[in-house]
Write a protein that binds this ligand. Structure first.
Ligand code: CMC
Length: 392
């Protein structure tokens, strides 16, 4: 009731009260539960930060061991769930497969769908964190026609995911410790970002008291779009296109400035960061480290750095406060690790999972939560008389 205000895209409207993640967009600050992202990236791990986001405090050794152990022991998918993957076309986008499979979890775990039962929410949390890497690697295996590998509970979270993705039954899979460390950090950097599009979706769906799996699968679908998580795939496709066209970065930037057919510099700009994205700085450094180790340098890294340099010196981008965001350099690292472009957004989803879960749990436990139900400004016809079909 009362005055309805229009705020397309929720530029100035808060949808909730939250104590999970803090962003100061002007100062380029990001903190999980008060801890600066730079410090977590250096000292923490993805699972430890997941615990922090979900439970509010850094775990003790015993708590972290129990959390890790429980996740490790739920990595297996129900055998019948494996058959789901047979039904999708081989060229299905793995994000579409992922959201469908996450949604399907609520058919296999009907014993844990009550959003107000703490134990059920806890086991669903564990199952999601444990099974999404397995689902993600199966989506990939299906696409390339290789057998799906069962998880190996003796391996760490990222190790297990990499082995299920790149391993084959015929030969032992050799883990590269640098890859493991970098991927763990990238997942950590994606772990939460307060009320972004996918997280708001998870909360909105959850506000109707839909279960955690249903809410998270909606979040995966929201992340799929190129303006959100899909940007990491779009960045690499953009770099590849510039490369194929002869590598003229200046010509591409002119296209963007002329707003030719809506061409945007993908991986640039952010609704909240108007100075720099602190995650992008950490990712750029990692990209230089990982790609620097390669025998043959990737020409796309050079193109990306040229693009950044030109854009940061150009008034079009400066006046609009457009800086590289988290997605600008991640794709180059994923590519160097051997992931195809279609898997990039799946990696984002894997990273964002603890954030979606933490935010959903905060929402469901908040006594102030109401069903999300935005209002509108109606601009259609006033009342008019029904016209019989013969007279239209
Ligand atoms: N390239 C060229 N121009 C841009 C870009 C860009 N990447 N981003 C914004 N602009 C322009 C836009 O055209 C507009 O100009 P004008 O005032 O002349 O119309 C102005 O900057 C403001 O843009 P906006 O679309 O109103 O800004 P927004 O806050 O609604 O959008 C954004 C934020 C991230 C969707 C947008 O910057 C964008 O589309 N970036 C490219 C896609 C991308 O990299 N997304 C990843 C975001 S970060 C991680 C994540 O959430 O997944």
């Amino acid at each position: 009731t009362g005055q309805v205000t229009l705020d397309t895209g929720f530029v100035n409207t808060a949808s909730c009260v939250s104590s999970i993640t803090y962003i100061d967009g002007d100062a380029g600050i990001l903190r999980y539960r008060g801890y600066p992202i730079e410090e977590l990236a250096e000292k923490s791990t993805f699972l430890e930060s997941s615990y922090l986001l979900i439970h509010g405090e850094l775990p003790t050794t015993a708590q972290l061991e129990e959390f890790t152990d429980r996740i490790q022991h739920h990595t297996l998918l129900h055998e019948e769930m494996r058959r789901f993957f047979d039904g999708f076309p081989r060229d299905a986008h793995p994000m579409a497969v992922l959201s469908s499979a996450v949604s399907a979890l609520s058919t296999f775990y009907q014993d844990s769908l009550n959003p107000f039962d703490t134990e059920q929410v806890e086991i669903s949390t564990i199952r999601l964190l444990a099974k999404v890497p397995t689902i993600a690697s199966y989506a990939y295996k299906k696409a390339i026609g290789q057998p799906m590998l069962y998880p190996d509970n003796s391996l760490g979270y990222v190790e297990n995911f990499l082995r299920m993705t790149f391993g084959v039954p015929a030969t032992p899979y050799e883990l590269d410790p640098v890859q493991v460390k970098v991927l763990d950090m990238l997942l950590l950097l994606h772990a939460d970002h307060e009320q972004n599009c996918s997280t708001s979706t998870v909360r909105l769906v959850g506000s109707s008291q839909a279960n955690l799996f249903a809410s998270v699968s909606a979040g995966v679908n929201a992340l799929f779009g190129p303006l959100h998580g899909g940007a990491n795939q779009a960045v690499l496709e953009m770099l590849q296109e510039i490369h194929t066209d002869g590598g003229d970065v200046g010509a591409f930037v002119r296209k963007v400035k002329n707003k030719e057919a809506g061409v945007r510099l993908m991986g640039f700009g952010h609704r909240v960061y108007k100075n720099y994205d602190p995650r992008a700085a950490l990712v750029k450094k990692a990209a230089q480290d990982v790609l620097g180790r390669m025998a043959k340098p990737d020409p796309l890294l050079d193109l990306a750095m040229q693009l950044e340099e030109i854009a940061l010196a150009d008034d079009f981008f400066v006046s609009r406060k457009l800086y590289p965001n988290v997605d600008f350099y991640t794709g180059l690292i994923y590519k160097a690790m051997g992931f195809p472009t279609t898997m990039f957004t799946v990696l984002f989803a894997l990273g964002r999972l603890p954030g979606w879960i933490a935010q959903w749990r905060e929402m469901i436990n908040d006594p102030e939560t109401k069903i999300g139900r935005p209002r509108q400004v109606y601009t259609g016809y006033g009342a008019r008389d029904y016209a019989p079909i013969a007279g239209r």
